[in-house]
Design a protein around this ligand. Sequence first.
Ligand code: SAH
Length: 345
Amino acid sequence: MQTILDLNYEELKDYILSLNEPLFRAKQLFEGLHSGKKLKEMSNIGKALREKILENFQDFPTQIYKKLESKDGTKKYVYKFLDGNIVEGVLMKYKYGYTLCVSTQVGCRMNCSFCASGLNGLVRNLTAGEILSQVLIVNRDLGGSVKERKITNIVLMGSGEPLDNYNNVIKFLKIISSVESLNISPRNISLSTCGLVDKIDKLSKENIPLTLTISLHSSNQQIREKLMPIAKAYKFEEVIKAAIRYFQKTGRRVIYEYAVIAGENDSLKNAEELAKNLKGDYSFHVNIIPLNEVKERGLKSSKNAYAFAEKLNKLGVSSTVRRTMGEDIEGACGQLRNKILKDEN
Ligand code: SAH
């Protein structure tokens, strides 16, 4: 059964009208849900109507199952859905507001060699409502509501591959950026992908001006194939070409993610090769990420992050090192979920 949060405003209005209820009920309902409330908490809507709705839909699908706070102020949330599945999210506080890192799938089928999310494969896609619920429930936890937005920025960098759950992610993006919901501008949303070329092209035509982030993690095809199985299907060069097309179509600067892994991709020769292979007539930036070590994966963080970024900059490639946050609370995607699953079994 669909949850009531899976409906966008238009769909909710149609549904309410189909029950012969006045339109303002749809507005009340949407406001309540997007303030992070369950139907049963909405005393402004009559009990009979709420019960009627619950015959057709499931209620707000998500609860906060655990919350951890890091020494640096970063918070980690673990959410539980109606079927018992859990995913995690990270909330980072910046000068201008809060950024929430959101998950799009339970698990992931990409199985990148450094990542915790793919350790147990893909369990299932999240629905648009389940993706939304993460933002709405944390916004509420921060004391916000649909009228008082606490979360200003979203990164789709939690567990899962967003473009492998394309339709639900697009529906989520359209709802969360709408005026009736939290009205978060797509310009404040980053979507990170492992490089599904056909979906990048599709996304470029959606007219959603978000920031596209591509996980490259390598300076050539051979390294990429070793670190990321998906590189067998979408070659290094094809990914770069898709990024160029994306920029040409949308005018949005593309960000490459590059986690430096000791002995795998972190030499200055790799930096030189990367600079050479990224060249082209388009705007991009390289984010160097210190690897968050995942015990089961056995890969080690490199000490070369700053030297690597410096080399890129010298070669004319704009690059910065991303600071790490929340390391003491298993901040990297999928790490905490795996720990909880292990502890509970
Ligand atoms: N599936 C999407 C989102 C993944 S998470 C993608 O591939 O982009 C967001 C980023 O974190 C990706 O760049 C991913 O490669 C990176 N990442 C995953 N595990 C990591 C780890 N252990 N240390 C550092 N970065 C990691």
